[in-house]
Design a protein around this ligand. Structure first.
Ligand code: AHM
Ligand code: MG
Length: 330
């Protein structure tokens, strides 16, 4: 049974950049994931962990204590491995420079991260996740990082993935050579290959959308929902919605389903963030043989204009997503 480290070394020819640097990136990610996993598992035990920190984050949302903890753990973990020069996080208004000019030998990787997504599920013991995305900086070393280093199109990602803290803790990633999942054995703190070459199955089974917002959806989305519920061919599909992007995505990739977070009357740009939620999920989707769209265009081709930009987000098996796009065109 391969560990994550062994798997990366075994597949070193498939990664365009330095394997040693990729191992260091994963060393940071694994370390932070294990620390967060430990806190998530004891969240019900301590008042210090569960609930709100009383701080409102950049999105105007109540920041949970665990969100803040996860953010700090990732920053510290990336700092300690000297492989990342800058991070943008859902929990921080501006990007964070990890290695100042001239400090150490200057690393070239940029990380965009949602340290703990689905935070409304923390207090109720439902799956939550970390989503990460990695790019190569654009400004040459040793110049200062600029916002343009972070505002790259999703099609420039060199690594993306998520960690799901669920009934078990699983790390799923792609470097552009398929999607692979590794399950944490908590007794020894090691991630083992458990889901090699994840692909959306041929079968179309599930639709995932917060249907409570139905009245606020665009007409194309309303029609697609009715299509999903029609008794015809292999339909109706079953409805499944956790309200935790990582959990909904993970299930849909394994069982065959479409995830939809459209724009609504109240969120005309959609709710999810392009850079650290949608782009990494879109990269994984395509690598798993699926399609990711904003309803009209490919997510990975959108030019980001700001760090916390939102977008409508649809991902899943190609045929399901293309069908939804047809309804959006009508
Ligand atoms: P968060 O970043 O504040 O946790 O919000 C993102 C989450 C996603 O995980 C999930 O898919 C979506 O918000 C659910 O939103 P809603 O409760 O509006 O359905
Ligand atoms: Mg989030």
């Amino acid at each position: 049974m391969y560990t994550l480290g062994e798997f990366i070394i075994e597949n070193r020819d498939r990664f365009l950049y330095s394997t040693e640097e990729l191992l260091r990136l994963f060393s940071s990610i694994k370390l932070a994931a294990k620390a967060i996993n430990k806190e998530v598992n004891k969240a019900g035990l301590t008042e210090k962990i569960i609930g709100s920190s009383g701080i409102t984050n950049i999105q105007g949302e109540n920041q949970q204590k665990l969100d803040d903890f996860a953010h700090r753990v990732f920053i510290e973990s990336f700092k300690s491995r000297n492989v990342v020069c800058g991070i943008a996080s859902e929990e921080s208004k501006d990007f964070i420079v990890i290695v100042e000019k001239g400090e150490k030998e200057n690393p070239k990787y940029i990380v965009l991260i949602d340290p703990l997504d689905g935070s409304s599920n923390i207090d109720v013991n439902v799956s939550i996740g970390t989503i990460f995305s990695v790019y190569i900086r654009r400004t040459p070393i040793p110049m200062d990082l600029t916002i343009e280093d972070f505002l790259q199109k999703g099609n420039k990602q060199i690594l993306a993935g998520y960690i799901i803290y669920g009934s078990s803790t699983i790390l799923v990633y792609t470097t552009g050579n398929g999607v692979h999942g590794f399950t944490l054995d908590p007794s020894i703190g090691t991630f083992y290959l458990s889901h090699p070459n994840l692909r959306f199955p041929e079968i179309e089974r599930i639709y995932s959308i917060n249907e409570g917002n139905y009245a606020k959806f665009p007409n194309g989305i309303k029609k697609f929902i009715k299509y999903c519920q029609e008794k015809k061919e292999n339909r109706p599909y079953t409805a499944r919605y956790i309200g935790s992007l990582v959990g909904d995505f993970h299930r849909n990739m394994i069982q065959g389903g479409i995830y939809i977070y459209p724009k609504t009357e109240h969120s005309p740009e959609g709710k999810l963030r392009l850079l650290y939620e949608c782009n990494p999920m879109a990269f994984l989707t395509e690598q798993a043989g699926g399609k990711a769209s904003d309803g009209k265009k490919r997510i990975l081709d959108i030019k980001p204009l700001n760090l916390h930009q939102r977008t409508p987000f649809i991902c899943g098996p190609v045929r399901m997503v293309s069908k939804l796009e047809e309804f959006m065109d009508r």
